[in-house]
Design a protein around this ligand. Structure first.
Ligand SMILES: CC(C)(COP(=O)(O)OP(=O)(O)OC[C@H]1O[C@@H](n2cnc3c(N)ncnc32)[C@H](O)[C@@H]1OP(=O)(O)O)[C@@H](O)C(=O)NCCC(=O)NCCS
Length: 175
């Protein structure tokens, strides 16, 4: 798919668009919050600015080769987080999302994830999606359950952000 940062995927309150390197600074600010980072298994606390910059700089190529689609979540044109579908192979992919701590609890996580799923299935054409969240991440589990994901067996994974092994709930959605 063409990488076109002017694309807008709209929801009731948000617009999702391809990420750009201009988002790096705000992403670092958001990911510096402990509550946000602790629920992302591969995040470091504090975030590594060089790694974050390289991650963002690779998004356009990932988009073009179809291995991942990283979307900036924006509220009134302000970057408030990311939702993405990644590790794409054989018509399947993993989804993830994170939002600025300041906007939690307003339904934006659910809204962004719902639009992400529609994009991944209808526009990218994936037929199955995977997701995982820490067993104490009630908000994320609620989002996935409401989206119709089925719960699979828990797994133990190392959380970089917590520097400990955690139990991760695994979820699967077949379209
Ligand atoms: C997960 C995250 C995106 C949720 O964003 P949000 O905008 O606050 O979520 P919403 O307001 O859409 O709420 C989603 C659901 O979670 C529930 N919820 C929200 N916060 C909750 C909490 N602390 N405890 C229990 N349930 C909670 C809401 O009631 C809602 O469920 P419902 O629709 O059944 O009522 C946000 O908390 C975040 O960025 N967390 C850090 C990163 C992260 O955890 N990413 C996911 C990794 S798997």
């Amino acid at each position: 798919m063409d990488y076109d940062p002017s694309i807008r995927l709209l929801t009731d309150h948000l617009a999702l668009r391809p990420t750009t390197p201009n988002d790096i600074e705000r992403a670092l600010e958001i990911r510096s919050n402990h509550d946000v980072a602790r629920n992302l298994v591969s995040a470091t606390i504090p975030p590594d600015s060089e790694k974050m910059a390289n991650w963002f700089k690779g998004h356009a190529d990932e988009w073009r080769d179809g291995s991942a689609y990283r979307l900036a979540i924006t509220l009134e044109a302000r970057f408030i987080g990311v939702c993405d579908v990644f590790d794409i192979a054989d018509g399947q992919g993993e989804i993830g999302y994170w939002l600025d701590r300041a906007v939690w609890g307003r339904g934006f996580g659910q809204e962004a994830a719902t639009r992400l799923i529609r994009f991944a299935t209808e526009e990218v054409g994936l037929t199955a999606l995977r997701a995982g969240c820490a067993d104490d991440n009630a908000a994320s589990a609620a989002i996935l359950t409401r989206l119709g994901f089925n719960r699979l067996k828990d797994v133990r994974v190392f959380s970089q952000s917590r520097q400990a092994e955690i139990t991760q709930r695994r979820f699967h959605l077949t379209v």
